[in-house]
Design a protein around this ligand. Structure first.
Ligand code: ADP
Ligand code: 5GP
Length: 205
C-alpha cells in the first residue's frame, strides 16, 4: 500500500455533522469570519453551503454575483422587504444586507448544512424566527489586531474602516450578553480557531 493510501485526507475520515441545524457565524468586520467559513467549505466541500445574502453594497474585486452575494439596488432590496421576502435584514454602515427566504429554502434542499455570515441585528432576528440554528461568534484577540486585519485586507476606504470599527464595538458588546451565542471563538491563531470551529460543528449530539 502506498503512503497516500495510508494517510487519507483529514476530511475523508470525518462523518457528516450529526447536528444539521443552520450555522450562524457573526463577529466584527475583519475578524476572519469569511476566512474561517471558506476553510470549512474547502475542507468539506460536500457538507456545507453558504446562505448567499442580498446586499446593496458594491462587489469587491474577485467577488461574484450569486456566489458571494446577490448585489441589488436599494429599490430592489426594498421591493423584497415589501413582499416579505427576507428571513432577516439589517443596515450595516450605509448598506442593506439580508437573508432571503428563497435562499434559505434553496440551500436547505441541497441537504447540506447551511452557513450564514451575518451581523448582530440579523442574529437577533434569526433568534426570534422559527429557524432553529446554532450561533457562533468570532472574536479578535484585540481591537488593535482587528483594525490591522481590516486595513490589511485592503478592501475598505478610510470612511468604511471607521464605520466598521465603530460597529465592531457594538458587536463585541452584544456578544458579551449571556446566552446569545452557543460558542465564542477567539481568532488569534487561524489554525487553532479553525479547529475549534470544526470540533464544535462536528461534535456528537
Ligand atoms: P471578515 O469576513 O470577518 O470580515 P476576513 O475573513 O475577510 O474577515 O478576514 C479579514 C483579514 O484578516 C483577511 O485579510 C484575512 O486574511 C485576515 N485574517 C483572518 N484570520 C486571521 C488570523 N487568525 N490572523 C491574522 N490574519 C487573519
Ligand atoms: P461585508 O460588507 O464585509 O461583506 O459584510 C458586512 C457585514 O454584514 C458583516 O458583518 C456580515 O456578516 C454582514 N452580513 C452579510 N450578509 C448579511 C445578511 O444577509 N444579513 C445580515 N444581517 N448581515 C449580513
Amino acid at each position: 500500500m502506498t503512503k497516500t493510501q495510508l494517510t487519507p485526507f483529514r476530511f475523508a475520515s470525518l462523518a457528516p455533522p450529526a447536528d444539521r441545524r443552520p450555522l450562524v457565524i457573526s463577529g466584527p468586520s475583519g475578524v476572519g469570519k469569511g476566512t474561517l467559513i471558506q476553510r470549512l467549505f474547502k475542507t468539506h466541500p460536500e457538507t456545507f453551503t453558504l446562505s448567499v445574502s442580498h446586499t446593496t453594497r458594491a462587489p469587491r474585486p474577485g467577488e461574484a454575483h450569486g456566489v458571494d452575494y446577490f448585489y441589488v439596488t436599494m429599490a430592489e432590496f426594498e421591493e423584497l422587504i415589501a413582499v416579505d421576502g427576507f428571513v432577516e435584514h439589517a443596515q450595516f454602515n450605509s448598506n442593506r444586507y439580508g437573508t432571503s427566504k428563497a435562499t434559505i429554502e434553496e440551500q436547505t434542499t441541497k441537504g447540506k448544512v447551511v452557513v450564514l455570515d451575518i451581523e448582530m441585528e440579523g442574529v437577533k432576528q434569526i433568534r426570534q424566527s422559527s429557524i432553529d440554528a446554532r450561533f457562533v461568534f468570532i472574536k479578535p484577540p484585540s481591537f488593535e489586531a482587528l483594525e490591522t486585519r481590516l486595513r490589511g485586507r485592503g478592501t475598505e476606504d478610510e470612511n468604511s474602516i471607521t464605520k466598521r470599527l465603530n460597529q465592531a464595538k457594538k458587536e463585541l458588546e452584544y456578544a458579551d450578553t449571556p446566552g446569545v451565542h452557543d460558542l465564542i471563538i477567539v481568532n488569534d491563531d487561524l489554525d487553532v480557531a479553525y479547529k475549534q470551529l470544526e470540533d464544535y460543528v462536528y461534535k456528537p449530539l
